[in-house]
Design a protein around this ligand. Structure first.
Ligand code: GLC
Length: 427
């Protein structure tokens, strides 16, 4: 871990946890056609509020149930949208009326969330949108729902970003003083340049200072438009091709991804990913030293959609048998070459290597190179801990010749798990 760039917060738990739940939940769960619906359809406050704010009533909301589902899936931390770009707040903020307590929900939904997830042992992360399409002083820029308003310039004359800034800092202060220990502050997002917003608009430097003063252990993401004041980076909807580095140092990273093409609940979106591919994505992240933050967009009734539940269940089935190759694991030492169609992860404390077989080969898996030859002392399938023999029998050796490395003798058919894993004990 020496060659990793560390930020200022407590990062050890984070890189061990590897798998988190992202939750995007707000008024946009009612239109149910993307959390950016206000932007896409250029909806002004009056209409949005009249339609959705007055009707937000999550009658089935049960965060304990959410926490149980997430725990079963193998997730260790949860990051929730306390406020998304639409500006609506899930908690009882003293700085606005635009909050859950004033909807038919009539209560602080964030507090219930925090209590329930803490009870199940989760670390807690707060997503907070720097962008705010509802606040009267947030100036109309290129992403704002009123960007094509004929009197945009005139409207902007009455808007004062410094007032918004004060609001933003005040709200974050509330979030970090009223909910106990918060482990991650996930701020979203900056888009500097013409008609955009960046560090000066948010006063990012002082914001970070305040956050670290209030909760010194907290991890802050990298979307504040600051060069260096962050703990981890956040590739979105992708996995980097290798462990990302900045100035020659590997960085702590977390890929955030959705099950389908939307973060907020989207009823009609149909590009839902297959559980096996999602599991492979998690493995892929860990094999490059990263985390996966997988998102659910609950419905307006406060439930996880059946498609999300199905997938989380499948991931959980795999994690039940294989979490040893995820928790506490990271990229394998370079001397171990990744075998064909596989991903490697490594647990430095246990000194064990995990070979994830993405495509099941017939009979033999070749692990090439001296490192395997010199260091592997025992191999087993992780799902049932049954021995995997090492080495070819004479008859095959004669046909295949000597190999550079070692050969694992696999069962003739793929074990009944989404992605089989072989655990290698090392010298
Ligand atoms: C983007 C989107 C947003 C989503 C976020 C998650 O920045 O604006 O809707 O919350 O990504 O990373």
């Amino acid at each position: 871990m020496e060659d990793i760039r560390k930020g200022k917060g407590d990062w050890e738990w984070f890189v061990k946890a590897r798998f988190g739940l992202f939750i995007h939940w707000g008024l946009y769960s009612l239109p149910a056609r993307h959390e950016w619906v206000r932007n896409f359809e250029e909806i002004p406050n009056e209409i949005y509020d009249e339609k959705y704010f007055t009707r937000f009533n999550p009658d089935l909301y049960n965060p304990e149930e959410w926490a149980k589902i997430a725990k079963k899936a193998g997730m260790k931390y949860a990051v929730i949208t306390t406020k998304h770009h639409e500006g609506f707040c899930l908690w009882d903020s003293k700085l606005t009326d635009y909050k859950a307590t004033n909807t038919p929900a009539k209560r602080d939904l964030l507090r219930e969330f925090v209590d329930a997830f803490r009870k199940e042992g989760f670390k807690i992360g707060f997503y907070y949108s720097l962008i705010d399409w509802h606040h009267p002083h947030f100036t109309i820029d290129r992403y704002h729902p009123l960007r094509n308003h004929p009197e945009k310039e005139k409207l902007n004359k009455n808007r004062d970003m410094s007032k918004y800034r004060e609001y933003l800092h005040g709200q974050i202060k509330e979030l970090l003083t009223e909910f106990g220990k918060i482990d991650i502050m996930w701020l979203d997002f900056s888009y500097p340049g013409p008609d955009g917003k960046g560090k000066d608009d948010w006063d990012s430097e002082n914001l970070v200072k305040m956050i670290r003063e209030l909760q010194p252990h907290i991890l802050i993401n990298n979307r504040l438009d600051l060069e260096d004041e962050w703990d981890f980076i956040t590739p979105e909807q992708c996995v980097p091709n290798k462990w990302p580095e900045i100035n020659g140092k590997k960085v702590i990273w977390e890929s955030c991804q959705t099950f389908s093409g939307s973060w907020g609940y989207h009823r009609d979106e149909a590009t839902w990913r297959e559980p096996e591919e999602l599991i492979k994505t998690l493995i892929d992240c860990v094999s490059k030293g990263g985390n996966l933050l997988l998102n659910v967009g609950p419905t307006s009734r406060g439930e996880f959609d059946y498609r999300a539940r199905e997938r989380l269940e499948k991931i959980g089935e795999w994690m039940y048998y294989h979490s040893d190759s995820i928790y506490g694991c990271t990229q394998a030492p370079e001397e171990f070459k990744t075998p064909k169609d596989c991903r490697l992860t490594y647990n430095p404390e246990k000194n064990r290597l995990y070979v994830h077989i993405f495509s099941w080969p017939y009979k033999f898996l070749f692990l090439e190179g001296n490192a395997y030859k010199e260091k592997v002392i025992y191999a087993q399938l992780l799902n049932d801990k049954s021995e995997i023999k090492i080495g070819l029998d004479e008859w095959h050796r004669k046909q295949l010749g000597d190999i550079d490395g070692i050969c694992l003798v696999l069962p003739p058919f793929k074990p009944k798990v989404a992605v089989p894993v072989i655990e290698l004990f090392l010298k």
